[in-house]
Ligand binder design. Structure first.
Ligand code: FAD
Length: 390
């Protein structure tokens, strides 16, 4: 029997991957370029997966905030950090987005023919995306945002975490998020607890590690969260939801080889283009910036998208050198139980410097300031790392 010809659909832009980066590009285009016919292709049945994504106020340009404002579930004016030597409250706003909001906003803002879920993109190349069901999405331009690809050319440690939304019997008493509570026992590298007070009696608690390996035992973390809650006098009535993650923390490697290993299409963004904050491995701020850059391009075609995104990723990699050096200090220069000292040293600095640090906009003076003072790792270990990674 002759094989049925694959059906073919025609779009201006096909976005392969409906996660954070792809979803934000689609939302930016829906608002600023409504004339474009977009296909957002997602393997899962919902966009964005199951995440809570957070960012600092200083991470996103005020003129770009309209893109994420409808997605925000909770916001706070300030946040706390706790280290063995000190605790500190910092006056930078902190915002959390639940991925379910990204899914619902996409369904509200884009026409149904733009939203293709439950379909894996099997082939992603210039001019077309072929789906697992043989449908061909033909497009003037194709964007690959299928998440982290092959990172074997990069040198990385891991940030891994297990989080639970706890429902408490009585108010927890937290006034603001605790971004890092590093007073907990240091295990498997730099360990801290992250807390987001979603309501008076609901708190999201995450057990986090900057470790050499990505494996994480949820049951162990579960027990450690229960221990932390008990130590704070919190009576846990129920666990409302859970999330688990492991993100590579890049401290070195060959960017060109990484790029080559992830296909021929230069039009990529998000984790696949290493558009992440090197220290935190968070990508929301860069995903917003990328979405705005794409939406504001005078003409969106394959060659203009390829060039703009390859240049953006290359520039981002170059600008990340200083942060990767700090990651090398943390992962290669410190004993496991002393890794926390790199962050303790960093958090003692000026508030504005810290805001620029997270936004990936540290000045030369900031960098000098971060490298001065009592070093968090022995000088004999710092010098070879400086020579290799600076
Ligand atoms: C638990 C957790 C918490 C996090 N918290 C934060 C945070 O607070 N702030 C922050 O900035 N970052 C955070 N991150 C990191 C952030 O989620 C990632 O950096 C971000 O998701 C990367 O965006 P992306 O669009 O490149 O990839 P993803 O969001 O992973 O999106 C890729 C999408 O492509 C889809 N896909 C893959 N292959 C195919 C295919 N062949 N065909 C079709 N679809 C495909 C996937 O299903 C996925 O939906 C967190 C990560 C985790 C795991």
């Amino acid at each position: 029997m002759p094989k049925k010809a694959p059906s073919s659909l025609q779009y201006d832009l096909a976005i392969a991957g409906g996660g954070l980066a792809g979803g934000l590009v689609a939302l930016a285009l829906a608002k600023l370029r409504p004339e474009l016919k977009i296909a957002l292709i997602e393997a899962d049945n919902r966009f964005g997966g199951n995440h809570i994504w957070s960012f600092f106020e200083s991470d996103i340009e005020p003129e770009h905030r309209w893109l994420v404002d409808p997605l925000i579930s909770r916001q706070w004016d300030s946040y706390d950090v706790h280290f063995p030597k000190y605790s500190r409250t910092l006056a930078n706003g902190y915002f959390s987005i639940e991925s379910a909001n990204l899914d619902s906003e996409l369904r509200k803002r884009l026409p149904p023919e733009s939203l293709i879920t439950g379909q894996r993109a099997e082939t992603v190349e210039s001019g077309r995306v072929k789906l697992a069901n043989d449908t061909v999405i033909a497009a003037q331009a194709v964007l690959d945002v299928r998440g982290g690809g092959d990172i074997s050319a990069l040198e990385t440690g891991w940030q891994k975490f297990f989080g639970q939304m706890l429902k408490l019997g009585k108010p927890h008493g937290l006034e603001r998020p605790v971004i890092m509570d590093a007073t907990v026992k240091q295990i498997d590298g730099y360990r801290f607890i992250y807390c987001l007070p979603f309501s008076d009696t609901e708190v999201f608690v995450e057990d986090t590690y900057y470790a050499d390996t990505p494996d994480l035992d949820s049951a162990t973390s579960h027990g450690r969260i229960a221990e932390y809650a008990a130590a704070r006098g919190w009576e846990v009535e129920a666990v409302l939801s859970e999330e688990k993650g492991r993100l590579p923390v890049i401290y070195g490697g060959d960017f060109d080889a990484f790029w080559k290993a992830n296909g021929d299409l230069d039009a990529r963004a998000g984790a696949r283009a290493a558009l992440i904050q090197p220290i935190t491995s968070y990508s929301l701020p860069m995903a917003v910036r990328t979405a705005m850059l794409i939406a504001e391009m005078p003409e969106i075609n394959q060659s203009s998208l390829d060039k703009m995104l390859r240049d953006l990723a290359t520039e981002h990699w170059k600008n990340g050198k200083f942060y990767r050096l700090l990651c090398a200090f943390l992962f290669l220069g410190a004993d496991l139980d002393k890794r926390y000292k790199t962050l303790e040293h960093t958090y003692a600095k000026d508030e504005q410097l810290l805001a620029r640090f997270y936004a990936g906009k540290s000045t030369k003076m900031d960098q000098i300031s971060l490298l001065t003072g009592k070093p968090p790792i022995p000088v004999s270990r710092a010098i070879p790392l400086l020579l290799k990674y600076r």
